[in-house]
Design a protein around this ligand. Structure first.
Ligand SMILES: *Cc1c(COP(=O)(O)O)cnc(C)c1O
Length: 364
Protein backbone atom coordinates (compact mmCIF):
# COMPACT_ATOMS: atom_id res chain seq x y z
CA UNK A 1 0.00 0.00 0.00
CA UNK A 2 1.36 3.40 -0.99
CA UNK A 3 1.38 5.95 1.84
CA UNK A 4 1.98 9.57 0.99
CA UNK A 5 3.30 12.16 3.42
CA UNK A 6 0.08 14.14 3.07
CA UNK A 7 -3.37 13.48 1.62
CA UNK A 8 -5.37 16.63 0.91
CA UNK A 9 -8.05 14.53 -0.77
CA UNK A 10 -8.81 12.87 2.57
CA UNK A 11 -9.37 16.23 4.18
CA UNK A 12 -11.86 17.07 1.47
CA UNK A 13 -13.70 13.74 1.74
CA UNK A 14 -14.14 14.19 5.51
CA UNK A 15 -16.71 16.95 4.94
CA UNK A 16 -17.36 16.62 1.22
CA UNK A 17 -21.09 17.38 1.33
CA UNK A 18 -20.62 20.53 3.39
CA UNK A 19 -17.78 21.78 1.16
CA UNK A 20 -19.74 21.15 -2.03
CA UNK A 21 -22.86 22.80 -0.67
CA UNK A 22 -20.91 25.88 0.44
CA UNK A 23 -19.06 26.13 -2.88
CA UNK A 24 -22.32 26.09 -4.80
CA UNK A 25 -23.85 28.64 -2.45
CA UNK A 26 -20.95 31.05 -3.05
CA UNK A 27 -20.86 30.42 -6.81
CA UNK A 28 -24.57 31.12 -7.07
CA UNK A 29 -24.42 34.22 -4.86
CA UNK A 30 -22.98 36.47 -7.56
CA UNK A 31 -20.54 38.03 -5.02
CA UNK A 32 -16.95 36.79 -5.01
CA UNK A 33 -14.56 39.19 -3.29
CA UNK A 34 -14.88 40.84 0.15
CA UNK A 35 -18.43 39.92 1.02
CA UNK A 36 -20.40 38.23 3.74
CA UNK A 37 -18.41 34.98 3.78
CA UNK A 38 -15.17 36.84 4.51
CA UNK A 39 -16.86 38.91 7.20
CA UNK A 40 -18.36 35.84 8.81
CA UNK A 41 -15.07 33.97 8.62
CA UNK A 42 -13.21 36.90 10.18
CA UNK A 43 -15.61 36.96 13.11
CA UNK A 44 -15.54 33.21 13.58
CA UNK A 45 -11.76 32.95 13.33
CA UNK A 46 -11.24 35.86 15.74
CA UNK A 47 -13.58 34.13 18.20
CA UNK A 48 -11.75 30.84 17.71
CA UNK A 49 -8.38 32.37 18.59
CA UNK A 50 -9.68 34.65 21.31
CA UNK A 51 -8.50 37.80 19.50
CA UNK A 52 -10.76 40.80 19.02
CA UNK A 53 -10.22 41.17 15.27
CA UNK A 54 -9.31 39.06 12.29
CA UNK A 55 -8.58 40.39 8.80
CA UNK A 56 -8.62 37.94 5.89
CA UNK A 57 -5.74 38.17 3.40
CA UNK A 58 -4.51 36.37 0.29
CA UNK A 59 -1.66 34.40 1.92
CA UNK A 60 0.45 33.83 4.99
CA UNK A 61 3.36 35.66 3.42
CA UNK A 62 1.16 38.72 2.89
CA UNK A 63 0.09 38.54 6.54
CA UNK A 64 3.76 38.62 7.58
CA UNK A 65 5.06 41.41 5.37
CA UNK A 66 1.98 43.57 5.85
CA UNK A 67 2.32 43.10 9.62
CA UNK A 68 5.83 44.56 9.59
CA UNK A 69 4.78 47.25 7.11
CA UNK A 70 1.99 48.40 9.40
CA UNK A 71 4.24 48.35 12.44
CA UNK A 72 6.61 50.62 10.52
CA UNK A 73 9.54 48.19 10.61
CA UNK A 74 11.81 48.51 7.57
CA UNK A 75 15.26 49.60 6.38
CA UNK A 76 17.78 49.91 9.20
CA UNK A 77 15.69 47.85 11.61
CA UNK A 78 16.48 44.37 12.88
CA UNK A 79 13.99 41.62 13.57
CA UNK A 80 14.88 38.55 15.60
CA UNK A 81 13.64 35.28 14.12
CA UNK A 82 14.57 31.64 14.54
CA UNK A 83 17.03 30.35 11.98
CA UNK A 84 15.22 27.06 11.32
CA UNK A 85 11.98 28.40 9.86
CA UNK A 86 10.25 28.24 6.52
CA UNK A 87 11.71 30.94 4.32
CA UNK A 88 8.43 32.89 4.15
CA UNK A 89 8.93 34.03 7.75
CA UNK A 90 12.19 35.68 6.74
CA UNK A 91 10.75 37.14 3.54
CA UNK A 92 8.05 38.83 5.62
CA UNK A 93 10.90 40.77 7.27
CA UNK A 94 13.13 41.43 4.26
CA UNK A 95 10.37 42.52 1.84
CA UNK A 96 10.16 45.62 4.02
CA UNK A 97 13.92 46.16 3.89
CA UNK A 98 14.50 45.11 7.49
CA UNK A 99 17.30 42.73 8.49
CA UNK A 100 16.58 39.29 9.94
CA UNK A 101 18.76 38.42 12.92
CA UNK A 102 18.78 34.66 13.32
CA UNK A 103 18.62 32.81 16.61
CA UNK A 104 19.14 29.09 17.05
CA UNK A 105 16.18 26.83 17.90
CA UNK A 106 15.65 24.88 21.11
CA UNK A 107 14.97 21.16 21.50
CA UNK A 108 11.34 21.73 20.44
CA UNK A 109 12.36 23.29 17.10
CA UNK A 110 11.19 26.71 18.25
CA UNK A 111 13.02 29.96 18.95
CA UNK A 112 15.45 29.32 21.84
CA UNK A 113 14.37 32.03 24.25
CA UNK A 114 17.64 31.75 26.19
CA UNK A 115 19.63 32.82 23.15
CA UNK A 116 17.63 35.91 22.20
CA UNK A 117 19.11 38.45 24.58
CA UNK A 118 22.65 38.17 23.18
CA UNK A 119 21.27 39.17 19.75
CA UNK A 120 19.48 42.34 20.84
CA UNK A 121 21.08 45.58 19.63
CA UNK A 122 19.89 49.18 19.52
CA UNK A 123 18.45 48.46 16.08
CA UNK A 124 16.31 45.55 17.23
CA UNK A 125 12.66 46.48 16.74
CA UNK A 126 10.77 43.21 16.92
CA UNK A 127 10.75 39.48 17.53
CA UNK A 128 9.05 37.20 15.02
CA UNK A 129 8.22 33.97 16.80
CA UNK A 130 7.34 30.97 14.62
CA UNK A 131 5.38 28.19 16.28
CA UNK A 132 7.01 25.62 14.05
CA UNK A 133 5.50 22.19 13.32
CA UNK A 134 2.40 23.12 15.35
CA UNK A 135 3.97 23.57 18.77
CA UNK A 136 3.62 26.75 20.81
CA UNK A 137 6.89 28.51 21.65
CA UNK A 138 8.10 29.57 25.11
CA UNK A 139 5.82 32.59 25.28
CA UNK A 140 6.47 33.41 28.93
CA UNK A 141 10.15 34.16 28.33
CA UNK A 142 9.60 35.77 24.93
CA UNK A 143 6.89 38.16 26.10
CA UNK A 144 9.07 39.11 29.09
CA UNK A 145 11.96 39.98 26.77
CA UNK A 146 9.65 42.06 24.55
CA UNK A 147 8.58 44.06 27.61
CA UNK A 148 12.08 44.44 28.96
CA UNK A 149 13.54 45.73 25.67
CA UNK A 150 10.39 47.41 24.33
CA UNK A 151 10.17 45.20 21.24
CA UNK A 152 7.16 44.54 19.06
CA UNK A 153 6.01 40.92 18.92
CA UNK A 154 4.70 39.29 15.75
CA UNK A 155 3.74 35.61 15.62
CA UNK A 156 3.97 33.35 12.60
CA UNK A 157 1.13 30.90 13.22
CA UNK A 158 1.06 29.39 9.74
CA UNK A 159 1.59 25.97 11.34
CA UNK A 160 -0.06 26.45 14.72
CA UNK A 161 -3.81 27.06 14.32
CA UNK A 162 -5.23 26.25 17.74
CA UNK A 163 -1.95 25.60 19.57
CA UNK A 164 -1.71 27.11 23.06
CA UNK A 165 0.82 28.18 25.67
CA UNK A 166 -0.67 28.21 29.19
CA UNK A 167 -4.07 27.76 27.57
CA UNK A 168 -3.78 30.95 25.50
CA UNK A 169 -3.80 30.57 21.77
CA UNK A 170 -0.80 31.28 19.61
CA UNK A 171 -1.39 34.44 17.63
CA UNK A 172 -2.76 36.34 20.64
CA UNK A 173 0.48 36.98 22.56
CA UNK A 174 1.88 39.68 20.33
CA UNK A 175 0.41 42.63 18.51
CA UNK A 176 -0.22 40.66 15.33
CA UNK A 177 -0.70 36.93 14.76
CA UNK A 178 -0.15 35.84 11.14
CA UNK A 179 -1.90 32.81 9.69
CA UNK A 180 -1.79 30.90 6.41
CA UNK A 181 -4.62 28.80 5.05
CA UNK A 182 -2.59 27.15 2.31
CA UNK A 183 -4.23 23.76 1.63
CA UNK A 184 -1.72 21.69 3.62
CA UNK A 185 -1.99 23.80 6.80
CA UNK A 186 -4.00 22.56 9.77
CA UNK A 187 -6.78 24.94 8.78
CA UNK A 188 -6.39 24.77 5.03
CA UNK A 189 -8.50 26.09 2.19
CA UNK A 190 -8.68 24.97 -1.42
CA UNK A 191 -6.25 27.55 -2.73
CA UNK A 192 -4.24 30.31 -1.12
CA UNK A 193 -5.42 32.29 1.86
CA UNK A 194 -4.18 34.00 5.00
CA UNK A 195 -5.20 36.29 7.84
CA UNK A 196 -3.98 38.30 10.77
CA UNK A 197 -5.52 38.47 14.21
CA UNK A 198 -5.06 41.39 16.60
CA UNK A 199 -6.67 43.10 19.58
CA UNK A 200 -5.78 46.54 18.24
CA UNK A 201 -8.59 48.23 16.25
CA UNK A 202 -6.09 50.54 14.51
CA UNK A 203 -4.02 47.60 13.25
CA UNK A 204 -7.17 45.82 12.03
CA UNK A 205 -8.34 48.95 10.20
CA UNK A 206 -4.89 49.51 8.68
CA UNK A 207 -4.74 45.92 7.52
CA UNK A 208 -8.13 46.24 5.82
CA UNK A 209 -6.85 49.34 4.06
CA UNK A 210 -3.55 47.77 2.99
CA UNK A 211 -5.14 44.60 1.63
CA UNK A 212 -7.27 46.63 -0.74
CA UNK A 213 -4.77 48.91 -2.53
CA UNK A 214 -4.47 51.15 0.47
CA UNK A 215 -8.03 52.40 0.24
CA UNK A 216 -10.69 52.69 2.90
CA UNK A 217 -13.08 54.35 0.52
CA UNK A 218 -13.23 53.15 -3.06
CA UNK A 219 -10.79 55.01 -5.36
CA UNK A 220 -9.39 57.10 -2.49
CA UNK A 221 -5.96 55.59 -1.84
CA UNK A 222 -4.14 56.67 1.30
CA UNK A 223 -1.08 54.42 1.11
CA UNK A 224 0.61 52.14 -1.42
CA UNK A 225 -1.01 48.89 -0.43
CA UNK A 226 -1.43 45.44 -1.92
CA UNK A 227 -4.05 43.32 -3.56
CA UNK A 228 -4.33 40.76 -0.78
CA UNK A 229 -7.95 39.84 -0.34
CA UNK A 230 -9.25 36.52 0.89
CA UNK A 231 -11.89 35.54 -1.66
CA UNK A 232 -15.45 34.53 -0.83
CA UNK A 233 -15.05 30.96 -2.01
CA UNK A 234 -12.02 30.32 0.20
CA UNK A 235 -13.63 32.11 3.14
CA UNK A 236 -16.79 30.02 2.80
CA UNK A 237 -14.85 26.77 2.56
CA UNK A 238 -12.63 27.79 5.49
CA UNK A 239 -15.75 28.39 7.58
CA UNK A 240 -16.76 24.80 6.95
CA UNK A 241 -13.37 23.47 8.04
CA UNK A 242 -13.15 25.86 11.00
CA UNK A 243 -16.47 24.54 12.33
CA UNK A 244 -14.75 21.12 12.64
CA UNK A 245 -11.43 22.39 13.93
CA UNK A 246 -11.72 20.80 17.36
CA UNK A 247 -12.25 17.31 16.00
CA UNK A 248 -9.57 17.83 13.34
CA UNK A 249 -7.02 18.84 15.97
CA UNK A 250 -8.07 15.97 18.25
CA UNK A 251 -7.55 13.58 15.35
CA UNK A 252 -4.00 14.86 14.79
CA UNK A 253 -3.23 14.60 18.50
CA UNK A 254 -4.38 11.00 18.49
CA UNK A 255 -2.17 10.20 15.51
CA UNK A 256 0.82 11.89 17.17
CA UNK A 257 0.20 10.08 20.45
CA UNK A 258 0.19 6.72 18.69
CA UNK A 259 3.41 7.52 16.85
CA UNK A 260 5.06 8.58 20.10
CA UNK A 261 3.90 5.44 21.93
CA UNK A 262 4.56 2.88 19.27
CA UNK A 263 7.67 4.02 17.41
CA UNK A 264 10.55 2.22 19.12
CA UNK A 265 13.86 2.57 17.41
CA UNK A 266 17.04 3.80 19.05
CA UNK A 267 18.25 5.44 15.84
CA UNK A 268 15.25 7.78 15.66
CA UNK A 269 14.69 10.87 17.81
CA UNK A 270 11.00 11.54 18.38
CA UNK A 271 9.45 15.00 18.97
CA UNK A 272 8.64 16.13 22.51
CA UNK A 273 6.31 18.82 23.81
CA UNK A 274 7.34 21.70 26.06
CA UNK A 275 5.84 22.06 29.50
CA UNK A 276 2.88 24.50 29.53
CA UNK A 277 2.76 24.33 25.72
CA UNK A 278 0.81 22.07 23.43
CA UNK A 279 1.07 21.04 19.82
CA UNK A 280 -1.49 20.74 17.06
CA UNK A 281 0.98 18.52 15.17
CA UNK A 282 1.18 20.30 11.87
CA UNK A 283 4.00 17.84 11.23
CA UNK A 284 5.32 14.85 13.11
CA UNK A 285 9.06 15.46 12.77
CA UNK A 286 11.62 12.83 13.71
CA UNK A 287 15.41 13.02 13.43
CA UNK A 288 17.80 10.46 12.11
CA UNK A 289 21.58 10.71 11.65
CA UNK A 290 21.28 8.43 8.65
CA UNK A 291 18.40 10.28 7.08
CA UNK A 292 19.15 9.53 3.45
CA UNK A 293 19.27 5.81 4.12
CA UNK A 294 16.01 6.04 6.08
CA UNK A 295 14.28 7.92 3.26
CA UNK A 296 15.36 5.34 0.71
CA UNK A 297 14.35 2.47 2.98
CA UNK A 298 10.88 4.00 3.47
CA UNK A 299 10.55 4.74 -0.24
CA UNK A 300 11.27 1.07 -0.88
CA UNK A 301 8.16 0.35 1.19
CA UNK A 302 6.16 2.99 -0.68
CA UNK A 303 6.13 5.33 2.30
CA UNK A 304 6.67 8.99 1.43
CA UNK A 305 8.31 11.59 3.65
CA UNK A 306 9.20 15.29 3.43
CA UNK A 307 12.08 17.32 4.84
CA UNK A 308 10.96 20.54 6.56
CA UNK A 309 13.34 22.14 5.58
CA UNK A 310 16.51 20.95 3.83
CA UNK A 311 18.13 24.39 3.41
CA UNK A 312 17.84 26.90 6.25
CA UNK A 313 17.06 30.46 5.07
CA UNK A 314 20.52 31.80 6.02
CA UNK A 315 22.11 29.34 3.54
CA UNK A 316 19.60 29.78 0.73
CA UNK A 317 20.63 31.52 -2.45
CA UNK A 318 18.00 34.20 -1.85
CA UNK A 319 19.82 35.32 1.30
CA UNK A 320 23.39 34.99 0.15
CA UNK A 321 23.56 38.79 0.41
CA UNK A 322 23.31 38.54 4.18
CA UNK A 323 26.73 36.91 4.15
CA UNK A 324 26.12 33.92 6.42
CA UNK A 325 28.34 30.87 5.96
CA UNK A 326 27.80 27.16 6.65
CA UNK A 327 28.56 26.68 10.33
CA UNK A 328 27.07 30.04 11.41
CA UNK A 329 24.07 28.29 12.99
CA UNK A 330 25.15 24.75 13.87
CA UNK A 331 21.97 23.64 15.68
CA UNK A 332 19.83 24.83 12.79
CA UNK A 333 22.11 23.22 10.23
CA UNK A 334 22.16 19.95 12.15
CA UNK A 335 18.36 19.94 12.23
CA UNK A 336 18.24 20.70 8.49
CA UNK A 337 20.47 17.66 7.90
CA UNK A 338 18.55 15.23 10.11
CA UNK A 339 14.83 16.15 10.35
CA UNK A 340 12.21 14.11 8.56
CA UNK A 341 8.42 14.55 8.55
CA UNK A 342 6.61 11.23 8.46
CA UNK A 343 3.05 10.81 7.09
CA UNK A 344 0.53 12.79 9.15
CA UNK A 345 -2.82 14.00 7.89
CA UNK A 346 -6.47 14.19 8.77
CA UNK A 347 -8.19 11.11 7.46
CA UNK A 348 -5.14 8.84 7.94
CA UNK A 349 -6.34 5.30 8.66
CA UNK A 350 -5.19 3.07 11.53
CA UNK A 351 -3.91 0.63 8.95
CA UNK A 352 -1.80 3.25 7.15
CA UNK A 353 -0.32 4.48 10.39
CA UNK A 354 0.38 0.91 11.50
CA UNK A 355 2.37 0.30 8.32
CA UNK A 356 4.48 3.43 8.89
CA UNK A 357 5.15 2.45 12.52
CA UNK A 358 6.12 -1.09 11.63
CA UNK A 359 8.47 0.08 8.90
CA UNK A 360 10.15 2.58 11.23
CA UNK A 361 10.55 -0.03 13.96
CA UNK A 362 12.24 -2.41 11.54
CA UNK A 363 14.70 0.16 10.21
CA UNK A 364 18.15 -1.05 11.25
C1 LIG B 1 3.21 28.19 5.01
C2 LIG B 1 4.01 29.08 5.84
C3 LIG B 1 4.08 30.46 5.58
C4 LIG B 1 3.55 31.11 4.33
O1 LIG B 1 2.20 30.93 4.10
P1 LIG B 1 1.65 31.08 2.60
O2 LIG B 1 0.17 31.12 2.77
O3 LIG B 1 2.12 29.89 1.84
O4 LIG B 1 2.19 32.35 2.04
C5 LIG B 1 4.78 31.27 6.46
N1 LIG B 1 5.39 30.76 7.55
C6 LIG B 1 5.37 29.43 7.83
C7 LIG B 1 6.05 28.94 9.05
C8 LIG B 1 4.69 28.55 6.97
O5 LIG B 1 4.68 27.24 7.25
Amino acid sequence: MQIKPNRLDRGFLQYQDEFEQKALEVLRSGWYVLGKEVEAFEQEFAAYTGARYCVGLASGLDALWLAFRILGIGAGDEVIVQANTYIASVMGITINGATPVFVEPDAFYNLDADRIEEKITDRTKAILVVHLYGQASNMQKITELCKKYDLRLVEDCAQSHGACFDGKMTGTFGEIGCFSFYPSKNLGGFGDGGAIVTDDPKIAADMKMYRNYGSEKRYYNKVVGANSRLDELQAGLLRVRLSHMEELTAERRKLAERYSKQIRNGSLILPTVRERADSVWHQYVIRCEERQRLIEYLNGREIGTIIHYPIPPHLSEAYRYLGHKPGSYPVTEHYADTVLSIPMYNGMTDEEQGIVIEALNRFA
